[in-house]
Design a protein around this ligand. Structure first.
Ligand code: ADP
Ligand code: MG
Length: 700
C-alpha cells in the first residue's frame, strides 16, 4: 500500500540499508479483524538504539522496558502494536510485554533483549498476548520494504499515515533515514500518545545517537500540544545500524551535528503531521512567543497558549480569539509566578497586528475573518522583554474531538441504543472498518454546486476526499465550474447563453471556460486538498490527451453550441499512472481536439466517461438537491438503472437529465453503483458511502 501514504515526504525513497519493515493483522483489538495492527522494524545487523520516552509517571510496561534497555548496542528490532497500550496492567502486563519481545526475538533468531517493544491504544486492558505471539512468525516472514505498511499498522485514531524519509551525506557516505510515526490524541509536550521510530544506516555509537536524538525531540515533538493530556506510552526510538559504511560518527564532530540536524528535520516533519492530524482537528495552530529573556520560558508560554481550550474552541469556530490568547498568556505568567510584565505585548494573528500598547490595534476585521478560514493559523506574541523566542504547534478543538474520545471506550450511556457494530468503537474506527471494503478501489466524484462555492463546504469536501484517500480509496475528482464561468464572463461584459442546459460556447467563451476551470478552480481545489495532507494532482483534459474530444454536432433544428465538445476517448492509462503512485487526479473537463482546439465538456458527462474508462467501482455526483426526486419531490433513496431510464424526460429533466444519462452510461460500462448526494450538507460523501443510513440516491 506504499502509494497510499499521505506524508508529503513519502516519495519512493530507498529505505536505509539493512533495514526491513513489516506489518500484519494480529487481531489485537478484536480477534480475526483484518486491520494490520502489529508492525516491525528490523535491522539485519546489530544496531545502536536510543530512545526518548514519556515522563509520565504512570508509564506503560513497554516504555519501562525500553527505559531499562536504551541506549544500547546490539538492538535488532522494534515491534509495536496498536489497539492496546499495555498500560496500567500490572505484573501481567510486564510479563505480556516480555513475551512479545521473546516471540519476535525467537522468530528473528535473536535474544529478547535485542527487541524493543511499544504498544498504543486502550489503557488498562490486558494485551491479547497469545494472538500477538502467534502472529510473530508471519510478521517476520513479511519483512520487506513496506515502510508505509508499518506506519499504517501503528495508527489508532490517526487519520493520516505518517512517514518521513531523509538522505544525506555523512563523512562521504550517504546515510538514509526512514521514520514512521503515529499520534493524534493525548498529545502534549513532553511526549504524548505518539510513537516515532527512526531507522538509519548511519554508523554511530548508542550514546552519540542518544545525544543527537534528545535535543531533536525537545525541539520538535515536545512543542506539540493537541489536548494537554500526556500519555503513558510515548516513545521516540532511533536505531542506527551502520550499514551505510564510512567513518564512525564521533561525539562533537561535524558529522554528529549533521546527524542531529537530520534527526531534527525528520522529527519536525512528523511533529507537524501529528499536530495537523490532532483528533478532530480542522486547523493547525502555530504559536510563536518572542521577546522573552529565556528560551525555555518562551516555549512554556507558547505551549500554554497553543493548549488553551478556549483558544482552540474559538479557532474551530473561525474566531480570532485574541482576548483568549492574551488571557492564556497572562494566566501562565501569573500561575508560574514569572517576573515578566506583559503590558507591552504585541499580538499578530495571521500576520495582522491585533493588539499593541495595551489595547486593540486598528485592523480590518473582514480581512482577518477571511484569513481565519485558512487551514493553518499563525499566532505571534512579542513581549519585547528579551531576545529569545520559541514555537509551539497545536490544533483547534472541535466537536469531533469530544465525540472521538467520549466514544473511545463505549460512549456515554445514552449511546447504547446505537447499532452493535459501532457501540464500542470510536466513530473513526467504525468508519475506517467500513471504508476498508473499498481499499484500493477507484471512485470518481463529480464535484459541483454549492460544495464548490461555500468556503466551509469546500473545506469539508477537501477533508472528506483526504480521508477517503488516506483510508485507501482512490478518488478521482471531476469538477464543474458553471457559476464562476458565468461570473467571469459577466465581468467581461459578456452574457451567458444556454441551450438545453449547455452553454453556447464561442471562441472567446471557450478561452474563459479554460481559464476559469483549469487556471483557477482546478488549482484551488488541488491546493486545498494538498494543504490538508492529501496528494492531489491537477489535470485538464488536455494534459496527456486525457480527454480527446470533437465538436458536438447540433441536432437538426437545434442551435450550434460552438466549442461544446463530446468525448471521443479517455486516456485511462494516464490515470492509472497517477492512481498507482497514490495521487488523486483532479480533472477540469476541458476536452482536447485532434485539431488542437479546446472544448467545453459538461462535467457530469466527463465524470461518467472517466468512471467508465478507469474501471471505477463507484461514481458519486455532488449536487444541490437531496438526490433524485420523484414527482412529489420526495427523495428516491434507491433505484435500478432500468427504472431510472424509464423516468428520463418524464420526472427527470434539465441538469438531472444530463446526470442520469451519465449514470446509465457508467453503469452500463461496469461501474458497480452510482450515488447522487446533496453537496449542500457537509460530509455527505462519507455519510452516503460509509454509514448504513445513506443520505442520497443509490443507483445500481
Ligand atoms: P449540478 O450543478 O449538480 O450539475 P444541475 O442544476 O445541473 O446541478 O442539475 C440538478 C437539477 O436538475 C436540479 O436542481 C433540478 O432543478 C433538476 N431536476 C430535474 N428533474 C429532477 C429530478 N427528478 N430530481 C432531482 N432534480 C431534478
Ligand atoms: Mg449540471
Amino acid at each position: 500500500m506504499k502509494e497510499e501514504s499521505k506524508s508529503s515526504a513519502a516519495k519512493s525513497f530507498t529505505p536505509p540499508l539493512g533495514f526491513k519493515f513489516a506489518a500484519v493483522a494480529a487481531g489485537v483489538r478484536e480477534a480475526g479483524a483484518a486491520r494490520r495492527d502489529l508492525a516491525l522494524v528490523a535491522s539485519e545487523m546489530p544496531a545502536s538504539g536510543a530512545g526518548v520516552l514519556t515522563v509520565n509517571r504512570m508509564r506503560a510496561a513497554p516504555v519501562n522496558r525500553a527505559a531499562g534497555l536504551l541506549p544500547a548496542a546490539g538492538i535488532r528490532a522494534i515491534v509495536a502494536n496498536s489497539g492496546n497500550a499495555n498500560a496500567l496492567t500490572g505484573a501481567a502486563g510486564i510479563a505480556d510485554d516480555r513475551a512479545m519481545a521473546e516471540a519476535v526475538g525467537k522468530a528473528l533468531g535473536v535474544g529478547a533483549e535485542a527487541v524493543v517493544t511499544a504498544s498504543t491504544g486502550a489503557i488498562g486492558v490486558r494485551l491479547p498476548i497469545e494472538r500477538i505471539t502467534a502472529a510473530a512468525p508471519a510478521l517476520v516472514a513479511a519483512l520487506g520494504d513496506d515502510v508505509v505498511g508499518a506506519a499504517e499498522a501503528i495508527r489508532t485514531t490517526d487519520l493520516r499515515t505518517k512517514v518521513a524519509f531523509r538522505e544525506f551525506d555523512i563523512g562521504g557516505k550517504t546515510a538514509r533515514f526512514a521514520a514512521i510515526a503515529k499520534g493524534s490524541g493525548m498529545i502534549h509536550p513532553q511526549m504524548a500518545t505518539m510513537f516515532c521510530f527512526i531507522a538509519t544506516d548511519a554508523k554511530v555509537a548508542p550514546e552519540v545517537l542518544q545525544a543527537a536524538l534528545a535535543p531533536a525531540v525537545e525541539e520538535t515533538f515536545n512543542t506539540i500540544t493537541v489536548d494537554g493530556d500526556m500519555s503513558t506510552n510515548d516513545c521516540v526510538i532511533a536505531l542506527a545500524n551502520g550499514a551505510a559504511g564510512g567513518p564512525l560518527i564521533e561525539r562533537g564532530s561535524p558529522s554528529a551535528a549533521k546527524l542531529q540536524a537530520a534527526l531534527t528535520g525528520i522529527c519536525a516533519e512528523l511533529a507537524r503531521a501529528i499536530a495537523a492530524d490532532g483528533e478532530g482537528a480542522t486547523k493547525l495552530l502555530v504559536v510563536d512567543v518572542a521577546g522573552v529573556p529565556d528560551r525555555a520560558v518562551a516555549g512554556d508560554l507558547a505551549r500554554a497558549v497553543a493548549g488553551g481550550s478556549l483558544v482552540k474552541a474559538g479557532l474551530f469556530g473561525g474566531d480570532p480569539s485574541w482576548g483568549r490568547i492574551l488571557a492564556a498568556l497572562g494566566a501562565r505568567i501569573g500561575a508560574r509566578g514569572l517576573a515578566l510584565d506583559p503590558a507591552g505585548v504585541t499580538l499578530d494573528i495571521q500576520g495582522i497586528r491585533v493588539f499593541e500598547r495595551g489595547g486593540v490595534a486598528a485592523f480590518d476585521k473582514d480581512d482577518l475573518n477571511g484569513r481565519m478560514q485558512k487551514a493553518e493559523i499563525a499566532v505571534r506574541l512579542d513581549l519585547g522583554l528579551g531576545k529569545e523566542s520559541a514555537r509551539a504547534l497545536g490544533c483547534d478543538l472541535s466537536y469531533d474531538y469530544v465525540k472521538i474520545n467520549a466514544e473511545y471506550y463505549g460512549g456515554p450511556k445514552q449511546a447504547t441504543a446505537r447499532p452493535a457494530v459501532g457501540a464500542n468503537r470510536p466513530l473513526v474506527v467504525e468508519a475506517l472498518s467500513y471504508i476498508r471494503k473499498f481499499g484500493g478501489k477507484r471512485a470518481v466524484i463529480k464535484y459541483g454546486g454549492a460544495a464548490m462555492v461555500d468556503p466551509a463546504l469546500k473545506r469539508s469536501f477537501a477533508e472528506e476526499v483526504v480521508l477517503l484517500q488516506s483510508a485507501g480509496l482512490r478518488p478521482v475528482i471531476v469538477h464543474g465550474g458553471g457559476p464562476e464561468i458565468t461570473k467571469t464572463l459577466e465581468k467581461m461584459g459578456r452574457k451567458s447563453e444556454f441551450a438545453d442546459g449547455q452553454r453556447i460556447t464561442g471562441a472567446e467563451e471557450v478561452r474563459v471556460v479554460e481559464m476559469v476551470l483549469t487556471g483557477r478552480i482546478n488549482t484551488e481545489i488541488v491546493g486545498l486538498i494538498n494543504t490538508l495532507g492529501g496528494n492531489a494532482i491537477g489535470l485538464s483534459g488536455k494534459d496527456g490527451r486525457l480527454l480527446m474530444a470533437h465538436k458536438l454536432q447540433p441536432e437538426p433544428g437545434k442551435p450550434d453550441l460552438g466549442f461544446v465538445g463530446e468525448i471521443e476517448a479517455v486516456n485511462a492509462s494516464l490515470l492509472d499512472l497517477f492512481l498507482d503512485k497514490g495521487y488523486m487526479p483532479v480533472i477540469s473537463p476541458v476536452g482536447f481536439g485532434v485539431d488542437g482546439a479546446s472544448y467545453n465538456i459538461n462535467a457530469d458527462v466527463a465524470a461518467g466517461e472517466i468512471a467508465a474508462a478507469c474501471g471505477a467501482e463507484r461514481l458519486i455526483f455532488l449536487t444541490d438537491v437531496a438526490g433524485l426526486l420523484d414527482e412529489q419531490g420526495n427523495l428516491v433513496s434507491e433505484i435500478r438503472a432500468a427504472d431510472l431510464e424509464a423516468r428520463l424526460g418524464k420526472t427527470i429533466k434539465g441538469g438531472m437529465h444530463v446526470k442520469a444519462q451519465a449514470v446509465l452510461h457508467a453503469l452500463a460500462s461496469g461501474v458497480r453503483a452510482v450515488h447522487i448526494v446533496d453537496g449542500r450538507a457537509p460530509h455527505s460523501v462519507v455519510a452516503e458511502l460509509f454509514t448504513d443510513r445513506g443520505v442520497g440516491t443509490l443507483v445500481t
